[in-house]
Design a binder for this molecule. Structure first.
Ligand code: ZN
Length: 367
């Protein structure tokens, strides 16, 4: 009993000290904290990157000290990889918005999956990081899509304020929509319209007047939070999408590549990966190379004691074969493979199947 009382009073005394210290700290940091005293909102721009708009949009955001999340389309990213890297270099966050902007819930599961995973693979090969946020086109979602998102490590992000920029809203109407935002709100805009770009200086002023800041969307909760780099904008140095460069390595999980062939499927044992069951089953993705020679290491296994064979094709040309002599996962390396530079399609494909083995693929590493 005595002991309990001591603890109780110690706890209360600590709490008093904590509260007092807390208020002192807040006073001391007031100048720094004042701008965001009413919290954070998320600005989001969908459907890019767009060669007619993205650079202007990024410049406007940076000039006004704003950061935003860009939900890119995979096909636009593939066609404009440097714009994706400029988004990243400008301190923006990058999310997945499907490959071609279909009504996803009207597609088959496998089509739905391709829309999501192809975009993951492409954005990862451009930026080096797979997105963690996904916004379904038209905000249309269902249980199947949510499960595909989960398989890809994606958190679904919708919005609760619609700028209506897609519906012909004027710059003033877009600014008014931002004017309704409160702490934690997410606004839908697009990387496409002049009205949207022209709204940015007034958006910045509006938020500032109301003690709100542009925040990031938490990849774990999908909620708006303070930017994790303390709100500072990284130096805007556009980086070319040239990976891997000498001395570095790029590792791509087989399950994040695009599946092709008749039977190719994900597996969870002996590792998270992909199984190729028959001739022409494959996984593929696009890699940007700045130089023309690399070592390619594939971790994989056979499904039994029979040797499995998987060919490496780059730009449509067979460059070698990976051999897996048994069911224990192993890394097989093809050294000094010459190939084209720039964007090259990499395929891991079965061509020597004789019905006695299946190939399990874990990851490809390029050095
Ligand atoms: Zn969209």
């Amino acid at each position: 009993m005595i002991r309990a009382n001591v603890i109780k009073w110690t706890a209360i005394a600590s709490l008093v000290v904590f509260l007092f210290t807390g208020s002192l700290t807040m006073t001391g940091d007031k100048a720094l904290a004042a701008d965001c005293s009413n919290g954070y909102v998320a600005l989001t721009y969908d459907d890019g990157p767009n060669p007619n708009n993205t650079v202007t949009l990024l410049n406007a955001l940076q000039q006004n000290g704003l950061r935003a999340t860009f939900f890119n389309l995979g096909q636009n990213a593939q066609n404009n990889p440097s714009l994706v890297n400029q988004q990243k270099a400008a301190g923006m966050w990058i999310g997945n918005h499907s490959w071609s902007h279909p009504h996803l819930t009207q597609l088959t599961t496998s089509q739905m999956s391709s829309e999501v995973t192809n975009t993951q693979t492409t954005l990862q090969s451009i930026t080096g990081t797979a997105p963690k946020l996904f916004r379904p086109p038209y905000g249309e979602t269902n249980a199947t899509l949510k499960s595909i998102e989960a398989q890809n490590g994606l958190t679904e992000v919708l919005w609760n304020v619609d700028s209506q920029d897609w519906n012909g809203a004027s710059t003033a109407q877009i600014v008014n929509a931002v004017g309704t935002m409160q702490n934690g709100d997410v606004i839908l805009m697009h990387d496409q319209y002049q009205t949207t770009v022209q709204a940015i200086p007034q958006i910045a002023q509006n938020l500032k007047n109301r003690g709100l800041c542009s925040g990031m969307i938490s990849t774990s909760t999908g909620r708006v939070v303070a930017p994790d780099s303390g709100g500072t904008t990284p130096t805007p140095t556009p980086t070319p999408s040239s990976t891997p460069s000498p001395g570095t390595s790029t590792k791509i999980e087989a399950e994040n590549m695009t599946k092709g062939g008749q039977y190719t499927a994900n597996i969870s044992s002996p590792f998270s990966g992909v199984a190729l069951y028959a001739n022409n089953d494959l996984v593929k993705y696009t890699q940007n190379f700045s130089s023309g020679t690399h070592n390619f290491s594939l971790r994989g296994a056979s499904n039994n004691s029979t040797m499995a064979r998987v060919d490496l094709k780059i730009g449509g040309v067979t460059k070698g074969t990976f051999y897996f002599g048994g069911s224990s996962p192993a890394v097989y390396t093809l050294n000094n493979v010459s190939h084209g530079t720039g964007n090259q399609e990499i395929q891991l494909v079965v061509t020597a199947d004789n019905g006695t083995w299946d190939a399990y693929l874990d990851y490809l590493e390029i050095q």
